[in-house]
Design a protein around this ligand. Structure first.
Ligand SMILES: C[S@@+](CC[C@H](N)C(=O)[O-])C[C@H]1O[C@@H](n2cnc3c(N)ncnc32)[C@H](O)[C@@H]1O
Length: 228
């Protein structure tokens, strides 16, 4: 079982993400509203649910969210908001083809094997079901990108480094606390195809008049692949 880096900062994260009544959290919610169809009371799986910060928008869309996360510290907060279980996202304790919707929101930089998470999401989603990934933008956000000026991001050759890094342009956020792995854009997109998922929509979102800091993908589990 991997180490749960968020256990030590769970109280800080709950305050931080709960206090984000600003454009960032609203933009993440807008992206989810665009990529997720009405749930009509069906169950959705929030992979890496953290403190449960996205349960509200999922419910507003008609879904009943259930969460899994590695960090029991994060889940201490989340279980007040939604049903949860402690689990590793690369080995989900969920039956194959059993959920209509799986989401993974702002998690891909928190573990070394995100393609493994996409493969697990593809496994648990029923044929024709949907997986929605929302993450920091892999091209313009990371230790390789100086975002001090939101209108002019400076990207360096560290873009090619995939190992976990703690360096960040700010000391106020998550990354200087728990670090971040980096998955280049091509690797992220290729992981969907490798998992048998068909990308049906993508979204980039950023601050007004700024460079995007969020990149999201909606993908559908191919009935043919699942039947094979
Ligand atoms: C930045 S937080 C995002 C939480 C939540 N999705 C949100 O939008 O606020 C990343 C989460 O991924 C979880 N995580 C990291 N590695 C994981 C793994 N292998 N399995 C399950 N969850 C994991 C962390 O514990 C943390 O709660």
């Amino acid at each position: 079982m991997p180490v749960a880096a968020y256990d030590e900062i769970a109280d800080w994260y709950a305050d931080w993400v709960g206090g984000l009544h600003n454009s960032y959290s609203e933009r993440v919610a807008d992206v989810l509203r665009r990529l997720i169809p009405p749930g009509d009371g069906r169950t959705s799986l929030d992979i890496g649910c953290g403190t449960g910060a996205r349960a509200g928008v999922l419910r507003d869309l008609g879904w009943q969210p259930v969460g899994v996360d590695l960090s029991t510290g994060q889940l201490r907060h989340a279980r007040r908001i939604l049903p949860v279980a402690a689990a590793d996202a690369t080995a989900l304790p969920i039956a194959t083809g059993s959920v209509d919707l799986a989401v993974s929101i702002l998690t891909h930089t928190d573990l070394p094997d995100y393609p493994g998470v996409i493969a697990e999401a593809a496994r648990v989603v029923r044929p024709g079901g949907r997986f929605v990934h929302v993450g920091i933008h892999p091209c313009f956000t990371g230790a390789f990108a100086d975002r001090s000026d939101p209108a002019r991001i400076v990207v360096d050759s560290g873009y090619h480094r995939r190992e976990r890094r703690w360096d960040s342009f700010t000391t106020q956020g998550v990354r200087n606390r728990v670090g971040a792995w980096h998955l280049p854009l091509a690797d992220l997109l290729n992981a969907f195809q490798a998992a048998g998922l068909e990308i049906v929509d993508t979204v980039e979102s950023g601050p007004e008049a700024g460079v995007p800091d969020v990149f999201a993908v909606a993908a559908v589990s191919s009935p043919r692949q699942s039947a094979a």
